[in-house]
Design a protein around this ligand. Structure first.
Ligand code: NAD
Length: 434
């Protein structure tokens, strides 16, 4: 059962994380950091679309460009009835930090249209997308702001984004205006696996640096994963490839448990046939709440925000938590796990693999190249591992310097400190305009 802390506004949560990080960074130039908390601009657009039944409906869309300090904006477009300007701003803020931490030359951005994608036909979604992109006009562009898929948008949506932008800007190489495109249209091999794959690269490096009860690698570790989508399924499969035992997995209908390890190919087949993971022969059905509190080495919440909260954080029995989803822990849960000595690989680091391979897609589109899946994933592995070592090293330094009675720094604080420092350094190198 969720508790009051799950109702925290995403923007407030990010701002609190930010303030916690700058508390440990006394040397920053005054005023500069305030600039990182606020979005550069948020566009709000309103447009009519003709529906299949001949009626006309008005839709509201948003696009936030949070920062251009490191380069053009980068961030997904989501289609969801609850999309608001505040939510989009919070997600764009997170993108700025992710890009700065993982060293891709982008700023943060995010966009969305308030609509129920599940209730719309393909034709209606296409018309919404084209009109939304036309309304954004030159506020997106290969060197301005580069969208990508997010909740209820996919490769098909990105193909429409590209096609619309191309129609408005003929005679140019417009492929880099959007990433997450279909492979035939300049998409990157391995993009769909990138986030789940990257999360496990980060975990593997973390275990090398901080072995868990003697486990220096994933071999022999027990893993529970919440979510069987693009992030959760790939993360589970990658853990199994590296020798771990994936003992539990779930989707929105419920979860399954097999203490000796699940046969993930069988889970996939069952999900394809029945639309849900539970009910697979040889497994025990569990609910999502039980999955989060299983006795295991690694817990990967890779579905929704606010899954581990004040009401269940004390019951988490994993030895390490990897944030596959964005904000799966509330701030209170984060504190409780820290007090209990359970490390959390934060979302800003753990799920940044998607934006890294999006960056590779953009580079390949600009250079008219096409790298193999193995090349994209090998580059991703190296980048995730470097970033993880950097975050762990920084956490250790911050801990050694920690003197006051405030909450000690953790991996999230360290990741944010690296990101904020880079943004601050580049802002001053470029010089405050004019
Ligand atoms: P997805 O839609 O492919 O999969 C989501 C999964 O979560 C599905 O299996 C769904 O059944 C499951 N789910 C939904 N409600 C659930 C519940 N109450 N309990 C358990 N499972 C539930 O989405 P995804 O791309 O895998 O993204 C998952 C999370 O990761 C989201 O928070 C997303 O914002 C974040 N994320 C994704 C990417 C990416 O590249 N895909 C990158 C960064 C962050």
């Amino acid at each position: 059962m969720s508790t009051a802390d799950t109702r925290i506004s995403p923007l407030k949560m990010r701002q609190a994380q930010f303030r916690r990080a700058i508390h440990h960074m006394g040397h920053l130039k005054r005023g500069v950091v305030d600039f990182f908390l606020r979005p550069k601009r948020t566009l709000s657009v309103c447009f009519p679309v003709e529906m299949d039944d001949g009626s006309v409906r008005v839709f509201h869309g948003y696009r936030t460009l949070h920062s251009t300090i490191l380069g053009p904006g980068k961030g997904g477009i989501r289609y969801h009835p609850k999309v608001t300007a505040r939510e989009v701003e919070a997600l764009a803020t997170l993108m700025t930090w992710k890009c700065a931490l993982i060293r891709v030359p982008f700023g943060g951005a995010k966009g969305g249209v308030a609509c129920d994608a599940k209730a719309l036909s393909e034709g209606e979604l296409r018309r919404i997308t084209r009109r939304y992109v036309a309304e954004l006009g030159d506020n997106i562009g290969p060197h301005t702001d580069i969208p990508a898929p997010d909740l209820y948008t996919n490769q098909q949506t990105m193909a429409w984004v590209y096609d619309t932008y191309q129609a408005l800007h003929p005679g140019e190489n417009n492929l880099p205006v959007v990433t997450g495109k279909p492979l035939d249209l300049g998409g990157a091999e391995g993009r769909s696996e990138a986030t789940g794959h990257g999360a496990i690269s980060a975990l593997a490096r973390y275990l090398e640096l901080h072995p868990l009860d003697g486990h220096r690698t994933l071999a022999g570790c027990s893993v529970a994963v919440q979510g069987f989508g693009e992030v959760g399924r790939v993360a589970a499969e990658r853990c199994a490839e590296l020798g771990a035992r994936v003992i539990a997995i779930s989707d929105s209908s419920g979860g399954i448990l097999a203490r000796d390890g699940l046969d993930l190919a069988a889970v996939r087949q069952h999900k394809a046939a029945c639309g849900r993971v539970d009910g697979l022969a040889g497994t025990t059905t569990i609910d999502n709440e039980t999955l989060l509190t299983l006795d295991c080495d690694v817990l990967i919440p890779a579905a929704l925000a606010n899954q581990i909260h004040a009401g269940n954080a004390a019951d988490v029995r994993a030895r390490v938590v990897v944030e596959g989803a964005n904000a799966p822990l509330t701030p209170q849960a984060d504190r409780i796990l820290q007090e209990r000595g359970i490390p959390v690989l934060p979302d800003i680091l753990a799920n940044s693999g998607g934006v890294v391979v999006s960056y590779y897609e953009w580079v390949q589109n600009l250079k008219n190249e096409s790298w193999t899946r193995a090349e994209n994933l090998a580059r991703l592995d190296a980048r995730m591992q470097d970033a993880t070592a950097g975050v762990v090293g920084r956490r250790d330094t911050l801990l050694a310097e920690h003197r006051d009675r405030q909450r000690p720094p953790d991996l999230r604080t360290a990741a944010l400190a690296i990101a904020i420092e880079r943004l601050s350094r580049v802002t001053l190198e470029r010089g405050i305009w004019p």
